[in-house]
Design a protein around this ligand. Structure first.
Ligand SMILES: CC(C)(COP(=O)(O)OP(=O)(O)OC[C@H]1O[C@@H](n2cnc3c(N)ncnc32)[C@H](O)[C@@H]1OP(=O)(O)O)[C@@H](O)C(=O)NCCC(=O)NCCS
Length: 165
């Protein structure tokens, strides 16, 4: 079997990503539907959100995605949406996607990376902690009522203040 390919995301990937999100128990808890996800993803594409997808070359479909931007809070990278199709988890795709994002950010001179993860999402929290992120705070009832979001942070490189460069 050929290993999935990691490549930058494209407008045509929106339907596959929306399908993965709407089918996943995580996003169902956030009330995500195919229609809602499609609208949001099209807006992100229009706003030039960056991202990578994992593609099953044989089936010709997207099976994982990591969408991010470069200059959020305090000049940090921020991973906005990250997921792997439930049928393809625990095969190293999450790690490969994360690595693609981190490499792209480092090459762009972005030294810090942030993301939010639901406090109850223990699998993803293990994944992030296993990939060098530290939980540094909690945002109570942030995206939906009754769910606290853990702020995860990672230094990609230590370059000091961007204002001093
Ligand atoms: C979190 C996620 C992106 C990881 O992707 P992945 O392709 O499975 O990750 P990898 O195969 O590179 O690494 C898997 C490792 O991460 C951890 N992990 C990931 N998901 C896990 C889960 N649901 N339960 C337990 N451990 C998990 C484990 O340490 C696992 O190692 P193992 O397979 O040897 O047990 C994926 O599980 C996912 O899409 N989850 C649902 C969506 C989600 O939670 N997104 C993040 C929102 S902030």
């Amino acid at each position: 079997m050929t290993a999935p390919i990691i490549r930058p995301w494209q407008n045509d990937d929106v339907n596959d990503i929306a399908r993965i999100m709407a089918a996943h128990a995580l996003w169902q808890r956030y009330g995500v539907t195919v229609k809602g996800a499609t609208v949001r993803l099209r807006t992100l594409w229009h706003d030039q959100e960056q991202g990578f997808v994992a593609v099953d070359a044989q089936a010709g479909k997207v099976i994982g995605f990591a969408l991010y931007n470069q200059r959020s809070f305090g000049d940090c990278g921020y991973i906005r949406l990250f997921g792997v199709d439930t049928a393809a988890t625990s095969q190293g795709l999450g790690r490969r996607l994360l690595s693609a994002v981190e490499t792209a950010l480092s090459q762009a001179g972005v030294a810090r990376l942030l993301l939010l993860c639901a406090e109850w999402n223990s699998g993803a929290r293990r994944f992030y902690e296993g990939n060098g992120f530290a939980g540094v705070g909690l945002l109570p009832d942030w995206v939906i009522d009754g769910t606290n979001e853990v702020i995860y942070a990672k230094h990609l490189m230590r370059i000091g203040s961007p204002l001093k460069r």
